[in-house]
Design a binder for this molecule. Structure first.
Ligand code: TYF
Ligand code: FE
Length: 373
């Protein structure tokens, strides 16, 4: 499978939207308390902060979970008429906010809006006894948003309004260390890749079209957008014509529009991470043994024990820079929408396009069981 554009456009010029990193990802849930329990127990996150009735938050409750550099915020509604309740009614549980840490928030926000960014909320300041942060909100595909945050030396456990939470779960880490990429499913890929180019100054890192990634039903197109430093990667998928119903179409039908399809989390030791996640009950897509018969000839020598890789059903792919190991959970929510990818990079900068066929066939087996083909 060929990649249409293989090199990141690394410009020396000043970034028009200087993002430091992903600050947190917020999921809107029907029951944040139970979601927190699940992500803590199954994925090994620590519960670090909370806001809710006890802290003076009357309309919403949020639990903040941490592992490595990953911060996951699980939010639920305390009433019937909040945007959270509306979101969950329409989309089911899903990712609302991919929040980013920026510099010079006012300038960054207003310039982005001038370039066509969707203005959701103008800059405001939040403050408590631990310090101050500045925030603003820019819209993206569907009901998804990017809250941008500038920390003015904030010292609290998360953000103003949150209190430290004594973690009742004390789960041990599964070795997750950071966010590698966050993927959106949309109806019109060009519309949204243009949006990231224009508004956020991102560029196309890779482009996969339906010749690359078309199996029985899964046909899709994908462009990976990245910021100037290459640290933030947002692939955008669009359904393409196939023989049957595309997995992206299935998502859009059930999510009722565009939204986050998967969040890829990094580990430095995928064998240990996946062994722990499976032990904790996390369900992953499976790959047939024939995949492993061809593995050695496809990717050559790897550091890992191939038998362990096969036992755990981990996928491997090689590109010009090195190789990567990856595996995908089944959907984490009731609808066939949001899932998580676990990825370990050993030099590779790609997204595992050599695995697309095996992966998409696996997704299609699930799609078939759901009667959505
Ligand atoms: O992020 C990626 O590109 C890979 C592969 O529906 C992928 O994780 C692409 C599309 C998709 C599922 C996985
Ligand atoms: Fe991915």
């Amino acid at each position: 499978m060929t990649e249409k554009v293989t090199t990141a456009i690394k410009t020396k010029k000043q970034e028009i939207f200087p993002v430091k990193n992903i600050h947190h990802i917020e999921l809107y849930t029907g029951n944040a308390k139970q979601a927190a329990f699940y992500y803590a127990k199954a994925f090994g996150f620590k519960l670090v902060a909370y806001k809710g009735l006890e802290t003076g938050s009357r309309d919403r409750v949020s639990y903040v979970l941490e592992q490595g550099a990953i911060r996951l915020v699980l939010t639920g509604s305390l009433s019937d008429n909040t945007e959270i309740a509306e979101f969950v009614k329409k989309h089911g549980e899903g990712a609302k906010d991919i929040s980013m840490l920026v510099k010079e928030l006012d300038k960054t926000y207003y310039e982005a809006i001038e370039r066509g960014g969707i203005a959701i909320k103008e800059p405001w300041i939040e403050e408590d006894e631990n310090g101050k942060v500045k925030k603003a909100i820019i819209g993206t595909y569907g009901d998804t948003i990017h809250t941008i945050i500038e920390s003015i030396d904030y010292k609290g456990p998360f953000l103003p309004g949150f209190e430290a939470y004594e973690d009742p779960y004390q789960s041990s880490s599964t070795g997750l260390v950071g966010v590698d990429h966050v993927v959106g499913n949309v109806e019109d890929m060009e519309e949204w890749t243009n949006y990231y180019e224009k508004v956020f100054g991102f560029s196309v890192l890779k482009h996969f079209d339906d010749d690359d990634i078309s199996t029985e039903y899964s046909a899709l197109m994908s462009k990976v957008m990245t910021n100037g430093t290459g640290r933030i990667k947002f692939p955008i998928n669009e359904p393409a014509e196939g023989k049957r119903k595309s997995q992206i179409e299935e998502y859009l039908d059930f999510y009722k529009g565009a939204g986050v399809q998967h969040i890829a989390l990094l580990t430095n030791d995928i064998i240990s991470t996946i062994a722990k996640l499976k032990e904790n009950g996390v369900e992953f897509l499976t790959t047939p043994d024939t995949y492993y018969e061809e593995l050695a000839s496809r990717v050559g020598e790897i550091d890992e024990d191939v038998k362990k890789i096969q036992d755990l059903n981990i996928l491997v792919d090689r590109d010009d820079e090195g190789y990567l190991l990856q595996i995908f959970t089944k959907p984490l929510v009731d609808r066939p929408t949001l899932f998580i990818e676990i990825i370990q990079r050993k030099g590779a900068l790609g997204f595992g396009d050599g695995n697309f066929k095996a992966l998409f066939e696996s997704i299609e087996r699930e799609q078939e069981r759901r009667g959505n083909i």
